[in-house]
Write a protein that binds this ligand. Structure first.
Ligand code: ZN
Length: 429
């Protein structure tokens, strides 16, 4: 625990305020901040995406060791138990991500290892974290003051074209699956890769149907707009975007276009707005585009790597990266509310999946500041509660109800990708 947090705990409120900000600014912000904390004490705050299990896996000092990555202490990363508590986080979808670029084995080994890391991490703090599998679990854990811990798979490549594997991953606790990560699959186009299928193939649609039958949320972050559209056509339950923002404000492929936002009312889904600086700030996005262009230019003309690195360093020194702010994130939340509706917006930080954070949203302790910003913009308590978690709880309950209904009439699918898609031009990934 840092000095700052120890101080914050023992000093009177007014002293802390002057300690952390200038007196004038603190007066108004503290009223909104207190208000935000009141709202978040009364309703669960659910975050759609946090990459802590991957952070533990790749720890430089003790990889995969959940004991060494001690969440009771202040860690170097963006998430630990005290900061989750200070941030009023009631439920967290922990991402059990597997890179789509793995070549040294099938994806199952790494997927299972990520289940293992996440489940050991949750089990290590029984007084603070609890494995959650349903919307009811989230509300139970909130009442008991524990962080409801859900598992979200990131990347449909993990199922290796197998609906049997999908079902077993559900049994292991996965409650959402992002249909793709950054790599286009044999059955779904990714946002950041080639559009090989124009969305979902027939097998891709069968994956969505089987997820609906199981009660696993279909997560459309990372997929192409055509995949989003196809999934919405097929889905019988609400979809989510566990960590995406609005494309109309920051035009990057990872964000959600207005045409898709406009369809969420009918579907009942939720866009959980992410904090990734390049996805929420136009200035950061423009800077990153220029940096990539300069990098390509150097690579095309300079063969010596040391010289190329020196030139890129020179460019970066002359073009410092602008910073995203908490206001940029609030702008995206406002936009999703405006286009999709207040019943379809949530929060999915991507903490521990990002190296840089917006100013004012540095780690898992900062959510109340975001709610304070929205209070200053005129958000009502009822709308803040929807954003915090009620929308996700509603979508999850609807997905659970759909699964119960479908399981009465529909057997587990035994269809294969070969049966549904025929001979494939694209190799299975
Ligand atoms: Zn991601």
């Amino acid at each position: 625990m840092s000095i700052r947090h120890q101080v914050a705990r023992v000093l009177p409120f007014t002293l802390v305020a002057s300690f952390m900000a200038s007196a004038a600014a603190a007066q108004t912000s503290d009223a909104a901040l207190e208000h935000a904390r009141r709202v978040l004490r009364s309703t669960p705050l659910i975050d759609g995406h946090n990459d802590l299990p991957w952070e533990i896996r790749k720890s430089k000092t003790a990889p995969r060791d959940v004991d060494a990555y001690d969440l009771r202490r202040r860690v170097d990363g963006q998430t630990d138990l005290d900061r989750l508590a200070e941030g009023h986080v009631a439920a967290q979808f922990w991402s059990i991500y597997v890179p789509g670029e793995v070549k040294d084995s099938g994806f199952a080994r790494i997927q299972l290892e990520q289940f293992d890391i996440a489940r050991r991490m949750i089990a290590r703090y029984p007084d603070r974290l609890a494995l959650a599998l349903t919307a009811d679990d989230i509300e139970r854990d909130f009442k008991q003051g524990k962080v409801a811990s859900l598992l979200g798979m990131e990347g449909g490549h993990a199922i290796e074209n197998s609906l049997g594997a999908l079902r077993v991953y559900y049994d292991l606790g996965a409650r959402y699956m992002t249909l793709t990560h950054n790599v286009t699959l044999a059955w779904a186009d990714a946002a950041l890769d080639s559009a090989s299928h124009g969305g979902l193939t027939e097998f891709g649609k069968e994956v969505v149907r089987e997820m609906n039958r199981l009660g696993m949320l279909v997560d459309l972050s990372h997929v192409s707009p055509a995949t989003m559209s196809d999934a919405l056509d097929v889905a019988q339950a609400p979809v989510i975007f566990s960590h995406s923002s609005a494309r109309a404000i920051t035009d990057v492929p990872r964000n959600v276009p207005d045409s898709i936002l406009a369809r969420l009312g009918k579907n009942g889904g939720v866009v959980m707005v992410t904090f990734v600086p390049g996805f929420v700030s136009k200035a950061v996005d423009e800077h990153d585009r220029l940096a990539r262009a300069r990098f390509d230019e150097i690579r095309a003309t300079v063969t010596d790597t040391a010289e190329a690195r020196r030139l890129m360093g020179e460019w970066r020194a002359a073009h410092p990266r602008p910073q995203a702010t908490i206001r940029d994130v609030a702008d995206h939340i406002d936009h999703v509310r405006q286009v999709a509706g207040v019943d379809h917006v949530g929060i999915g930080s991507d903490f521990d999946g990002i190296d840089e954070t917006p100013v004012g949203l540095e780690d898992s302790s900062k959510y109340p500041a975001l709610f304070a910003e929205l209070i200053r913009r005129g958000w009502s308590d009822d709308d803040l509660k929807k954003l915090a978690g009620r929308n996700l709880l509603r979508a999850m309950r609807a997905a659970e109800a759909t699964a119960r209904r479908l399981q009465q009439t529909t057997r587990p699918s035994t269809r294969t990708i070969d049966q549904l898609d025929g001979p494939r031009a694209v190799p299975a990934t």
